[in-house]
Write a protein that binds this ligand. Structure first.
Ligand SMILES: Nc1ncnc2c1ncn2[C@@H]1O[C@H](COP(=O)(O)OP(=O)(O)O)[C@@H](O)[C@H]1O
Ligand SMILES: [Mg+2]
Length: 273
């Protein structure tokens, strides 16, 4: 079920844009509402290989979003360091894309213009216009290119957000519960969509999720986090071949194992439910 840590993940797709991510001994302290301080992350370390998909799974408030914000360069660690490739992360950059639960599309722009927005911001629309069209196609929204966000379903809006994040060809894509607001069926379809894009593009991805099945279905590795102050409790390699079967014995075995690790298996002590 688990493999040797440190084994390189299989090379897939085009990994030219991918980069390794290093989080080393990161602590994050925030001011608390009572005037004190709260330690949110406690010497957290994590290495993500180029082109790898790693899920962060952990209880509410353990610092998952804080970590993603620091990787994005939107917030600074109190101590420790973060690197992408050989470069320290100090500020936001187009090489680190972000996607949230809320698709955050610009309501006054069409789907096409939303997807082009990152290129416009970088002043490279003229040279890269065809890439916006390519991603529009890749996420299956060609027919909706001239439509405004309010006319899209939740799943379509998330696909537009995904295309918008990928159009800058980020070396790493950071996904903070991106599918959390979708109904279960749309969510499962979108998981396939994200995996497909990840396989096509080879982008390094860090996915925050509450959903154990989603983490097993999508990831090369799952990083289980402790309650706050958060750090990695354990790393689980998912070696099941892809596409994965949600109902396979291996899948269910792993799900049970993770529930037990999180002490949520239920009825464990006295045999009652
Ligand atoms: N900007 C901030 N200022 C103060 N406290 C914060 C800030 N951002 C997050 N926190 C606190 O840090 C803790 C972790 O938050 P977060 O990273 O959002 O957790 P998670 O995403 O794992 O649910 C929470 O207790 C939250 O209240
Ligand atoms: Mg969060």
């Amino acid at each position: 079920m688990t493999a040797t840590p440190g084994e390189p993940s299989p090379v897939r797709g085009r990994i030219a844009d991918a980069a390794a991510l290093q989080v080393r001994d990161v602590c994050k302290v925030y001011p608390s509402p009572d005037g004190g301080e709260v330690l949110v992350l406690d010497r957290m370390s994590l290495s993500v290989r180029p082109g790898e998909m790693v899920s962060l799974l952990g209880p509410n408030g353990c610092g998952k979003s804080t970590l993603l914000r620091m990787i994005a360069g939107l917030d600074q660690p109190t101590s420790g360091d973060l690197r992408l490739g050989n470069q320290p992360i100090t500020a936001p950059s187009a090489e680190r894309g972000l996607m949230f639960q809320d698709p955050n599309l610009f309501p006054w722009l069409t789907v096409r213009r939303n997807i082009q927005a990152g290129l416009v911001a970088r002043g490279v629309l003229r040279e890269h216009r065809h890439e916006a069209e390519e991603f529009l196609r890749l996420v299956g929204l060609e027919a909706f290119a001239d439509v405004y966000p309010h006319q899209l379903s939740g799943g379509m809006a998330q696909r537009a957000a995904l295309a918008r994040a990928l159009v800058n060809r980020p070396a790493v894509l950071l996904l903070d519960e991106p599918l959390g607001a979708l109904d279960q069926f749309t969510r499962m379809r979108m998981q396939d969509e994200v995996v497909r894009l990840w396989q096509t593009r080879g982008t390094t991805m860090v996915l925050v999720t509450h959903d154990i099945d989603e983490a097993i279905y999508m990831s090369d590795r799952i990083a289980l986090m402790t309650p706050r102050p958060g750090r990695i409790d354990r790393l689980i390699d998912i070696t099941m071949p892809r596409p994965r079967q949600r109902t396979s014995p291996q899948f269910l075995e792993l799900r049970t194992a993770i529930l037990e690790m999180l002490n949520f298996a239920g009825g464990a002590k006295d045999g009652s439910a």
